[in-house]
Ligand binder design. Structure first.
Ligand code: ADP
Length: 385
């Protein structure tokens, strides 16, 4: 349907203008698509790279509705969006991908887990609880055993909203609010498969990537691409991702986060219905970037090749601890002297400890070489104030 639209006249609405919105608008510009970005902050990363910035709150019904009325096709780069406005816009005929129904299910981790359970996806055993008090009661009644993981059903991101409670004396870390409690997986590796599905139902996975987390910030610190895992494990991860998008009848880009446990079993952790941090490396490391793939999926074009161009390591550029305020990048010159280094600065004006300020992808002939260079980049490039 969208293919009958003259692409040069197409106005693509992107809800939220963080780094993902910025990189999406840059990819859209390659096809001469105009991007309209809605964000509360007029200095957000995408404000300069989009065609038209609209100031507004993505949680406000009126702001989202009015924004939707100005565009031909709508997508989002965050989950925290006013769903009622999206549903009304869809009812009035606007193409919104991923569909508001998919977003509604995914943004509630409880509904997401029930979906995996109902569809036979391998996921850690869980129970849903309404409050901290209900969880404490279930612990008393030995319904919940240590260690366990608590996740707030909505509103969490980047590890906020997740508490790993190993023993009774750590109960002070319990969060309050409707939650899911799940068993701890004995994690060997955290991996991700980004998968695209277009309206015709064609599906394509990006090769499996490994994610290493920064323990103090609970943020992805490093991506290793491709993952060093056996083919049977990567095949299994891709099969899980493919079956999830089919079961959801999903259109767009879905980032599927999985665990490989110490017995080499693969578990689905959670999904995000948008471009993802675990796909940063696709800009330089894969024939088609996650952003181009998202555009192909939502415009119902053929999906692009996900063949690997070169092995790479991606590191997030986080605000250096101890520095707040107007951003300064230290060591850019020394970093750019290293061959194969691609620096992305998001353009956030203010730095804070562990804030995602940019990322660097290091391409090399082997993961070992890329990892060595990544260590050099980490030593040289610092975000300070
Ligand atoms: P977020 O939405 O904040 O990214 P996640 O569900 O990805 O939350 O959880 C954050 C991190 O917590 C994961 O990357 C993983 O390291 C750890 N974690 C989550 N679930 C489990 C689990 N069942 N067992 C062990 N560790 C877990």
């Amino acid at each position: 349907m969208m293919n009958t639209v003259n692409i040069s006249d197409l106005k693509l609405g992107v809800i939220a203008g963080g780094q993902l919105g910025k990189m999406l608008s840059l990819a859209a510009a390659n096809w001469d698509i105009e991007t309209y970005v809605l964000d509360t902050d007029k200095t957000c990363p995408a404000a300069k790279s989009c065609s038209c910035f609209i100031e507004g709150d993505y949680l406000s019904y009126d702001d989202v509705y009015r924004f939707g009325k100005q565009v031909d096709l709508l997508t989002f780069e965050i989950e925290n969006v006013n769903i009622e406005a999206l549903k009304q816009l869809q009812k009035e005929g606007l193409s919104i991908f991923p569909k508001p129904e998919s977003l509604e299910l995914i943004k509630d981790k409880g509904l997401q887990k029930l979906f995996y359970q109902e569809n036979g996806q391998p996921t850690a055993a869980f129970q849903l609880y309404d409050s901290k008090a209900a969880i404490l009661k279930a612990i008393q009644q030995k319904e919940i055993l240590f260690p366990f993981v608590q996740k707030l059903r909505t509103g969490g991101y980047d590890g906020r909203g997740v508490a790993i409670i190993r023993s009774e004396d750590k109960l002070e870390n319990l969060l309050d609010g409707p939650s899911l409690i799940e068993t701890c997986v004995d994690i060997e590796k955290e991996i991700a498969v980004i998968v695209a599905r277009n309206e015709s139902g064609n599906v394509k996975c990006f090769p499996v990537v490994e994610m290493e987390f920064n323990a103090s910030a609970n943020l992805v610190e490093k991506l290793i691409f491709p993952a060093s895992l056996s083919k049977s494990i990567t095949d299994e991860a891709e099969e899980i991702a493919t079956s999830i998008v089919d079961q959801l009848n999903f259109v767009g880009l879905l980032a599927v986060e999985l665990f490989v446990d110490k017995s080499n079993r693969v578990w689905v952790n959670e999904v995000a219905p948008r471009p993802h941090n675990s796909g940063h490396h696709t800009i330089e490391g894969v024939i088609t970037s996650q952003y181009e793939q998202l555009l192909r999926a939502i415009l119902n074009f053929p999906l692009g090749s996900t063949a690997i161009k070169m092995p790479c390591v991606m590191i997030n550029l986080l605000g250096e601890p101890g520095f707040h305020g107007k951003v300064k990048y230290e060591g850019l010159n020394e970093t750019l002297a290293i061959e194969g280094v691609k620096v992305h600065l998001y353009g956030k004006k203010e730095t804070r400890p562990f804030r995602k300020m940019g990322h660097v992808t290091i391409l090399a002939n082997s993961i070992e070489e890329a990892s060595k260079k990544a260590d050099l980049v980490k030593d040289r490039l610092k975000v300070k104030s």
